[in-house]
Design a protein around this ligand. Structure first.
Ligand SMILES: *[C@@H]1O[C@H](CO)[C@@H](O)[C@H](O)[C@H]1NC(C)=O
Ligand SMILES: *[C@@H]1O[C@H](CO)[C@@H](O)[C@H](O)[C@H]1NC(C)=O
Ligand SMILES: *[C@@H]1O[C@H](CO)[C@@H](O)[C@H](O)[C@H]1NC(C)=O
Ligand SMILES: *[C@@H]1O[C@H](CO)[C@@H](O)[C@H](O)[C@H]1NC(C)=O
Length: 460
């Protein structure tokens, strides 16, 4: 019993000493820090109050003095997809403005190197009335609080950064689409002050590129950001001159999507239409079906390619290409029409000739007052002899056949004359020849046109 009590006692002594020795120390240190903190807060509050005492945010710094210079730079966090139909693009930027307000210099109040402020301080001090020209929609982000940063340096230099998403109109020139390079501008201007009061300048820190810094990860699905130009201009309105800064984003369209979506399919359809030249001219259903299908597919392709574009009145480069493909596909149908036409003419001529000859043969042969004996003796009537043959029975055929080669009969001379005339009107008599020429001609001309097209648009 005693032993166990003694054991507890041994443990308790150092613990009590430690607790007792620490208690007063802890209380004094905590009271000291709270005093210091309160003094810091009080100091800052006092500084702010001193700064804002008698401060009129409605009046620009150095009023009646030199025009206020506002330096601007921006960080482009993202460029959202361009909308061709609406001719607009959306950009996500951190707009940073730098200016100097002597009234807010606090070097005489404290040695703090910087004063970072929040909670609606932008409602209490003068802020440049910057706005963006040609914006359709723009908003400042306010999740979870308004996204802005305001810092004041001891000499009164102010750094004010806000995060904005701006949808601005961009006049697209689609004549070279999809080989085009678009220039979209983002222009800011002072709304409330003219050049006599406020003017803007790009904040080039060390080099020309730092005023507009584009996030390296910006990746537009259809475009490649080639470069950003920046200029400063003075816009002259009839109410006065306003200073303005313009950032021009140069974006080159990536052709890849259109290659897969339009160029390759339309080329394949044109090639498919050439299969028709290898199909026999006699099989009209096969060739007509092929022709019509390819034309319809081309039409669908054309309308789908145009669906996502504004209805501009001029012809775009892609339209020229699709038109070329359509003409080629249509050409292969026309080629078959021509082939079928020749085939028909040949058939009808042949039929007519046969029919005419048959009739003549029939009349002459039947009327002919030659007897079998004379024929058998080799005296075939030269005028009708060759054409009597097929329908007059084997005997006559055999008999008259020999004579045919020896003397050219009158009727044959006449048909030859007919043929000569035909040859004059249709230089190509044989439908197969037309197909043979097309097999080479169509691919060659298509290839040539392709070369021209891609050469013209290569450098864009
Ligand atoms: C508070 O401001 C006074 C001058 O107004 C300065 O001497 C003092 O060091 C400041 N205290 C702190 C904790 O910054
Ligand atoms: C004000 O001070 C900052 C550093 O605190 C300096 O970068 C800036 O040039 C100064 N501005 C003027 C007008 O002296
Ligand atoms: C900045 O741009 C101007 C005009 O565009 C040019 O004259 C100057 O050399 C450039 N400076 C640098 C550092 O690139
Ligand atoms: C605007 O600028 C032009 C050219 O710089 C100048 O001639 C004109 O007087 C200015 N207008 C005003 C109202 O300052």
């Amino acid at each position: 019993m005693f032993n166990s009590y003694g054991r507890y006692h041994w443990y308790l002594i150092p613990l009590a000493i430690v607790v007792l020795s620490q208690l007063p120390l802890a209380s004094t240190s905590s009271s000291k820090t709270s005093e210091m903190e309160s003094s810091v807060y009080t100091n800052s509050t006092l500084i702010l109050e001193a700064l804002l005492k008698g401060y009129d945010r409605r009046i620009r710094p150095d009023v009646k003095g030199t025009p206020q210079k506002v330096r601007v730079d921006m960080y482009v966090a993202n460029i959202w997809a361009m909308e061709e139909v609406k001719m607009e693009f959306t950009i996500d930027i951190y707009l940073r403005q730098y200016w100097r307000d002597e009234r807010l210099s606090f070097a005489h109040l404290t040695s703090d190197p910087i004063l970072t402020l929040s909670s609606n301080i932008n409602k209490q001090i003068w802020i440049p009335s910057t706005y963006f020209l040609n914006t359709k929609r723009a908003y400042m982000h306010d999740v979870t609080t308004e996204n802005y940063l305001l810092q004041i340096r001891p000499n009164g230099s102010i750094f004010y950064s806000i995060r904005l998403t701006i949808t601005t109109s961009c006049m697209l020139n689609l004549r070279k689409f999809p080989h085009d390079t678009q220039r979209c501008t983002l222009a800011l201007e002072s709304y409330g002050y003219q050049t006599s009061d406020v003017w803007y300048a790009w904040n080039d820190r060390n080099d020309n590129t730092s005023a507009i810094f584009v996030n390296k990860a910006v990746e537009l699905p259809q475009f490649e950001l080639v470069g950003v130009d920046k200029t400063s201009v003075i816009n002259q309105y009839n109410i006065g001159n306003h200073s303005s800064l313009i950032a021009t984003f140069k974006m080159r369209r990536r052709i890849g999507y259109f290659l897969i979506d339009t160029y390759v399919p339309s080329t394949i359809i044109v090639i498919i239409s050439w299969i028709s030249f290898w199909i026999s001219p006699e099989s009209a259903p096969a060739r007509v079906a092929l022709g019509i299908t390819t034309v319809l597919t081309m039409t669908t392709l054309i309308s789908s390619a145009r669906a996502s574009l504004p209805k501009v009145s001029y012809v775009k480069a892609i339209d020229w290409y699709l038109l070329l493909c359509l003409i080629f596909v249509f050409g292969s149908i026309m080629e078959y029409t021509f082939v079928a036409f020749i085939l028909n003419i040949m058939k009808t001529k042949k039929k007519k000739r046969e029919a005419a000859l048959e009739e003549r043969d029939w009349s002459t042969c039947s009327k002919a007052s030659y007897n079998h004996d004379r024929i058998e003796s080799g005296e075939c009537p030269s005028l009708f002899a060759p054409k009597c043959s097929p329908k007059r029975g084997n005997r006559l055929t055999r008999l008259c056949h020999k004579k045919e080669k020896d003397e050219l009969p009158e009727v044959d001379l006449k048909t030859l004359g007919d043929k000569m005339e035909e040859r004059h009107w249709f230089p190509i008599q044989d439908p197969i020849t037309v197909d043979r020429i097309s097999r080479i001609g169509f691919p060659l001309t298509f290839f040539a046109f392709n070369c021209i097209y891609w050469l013209i648009h290569k450098t864009e």
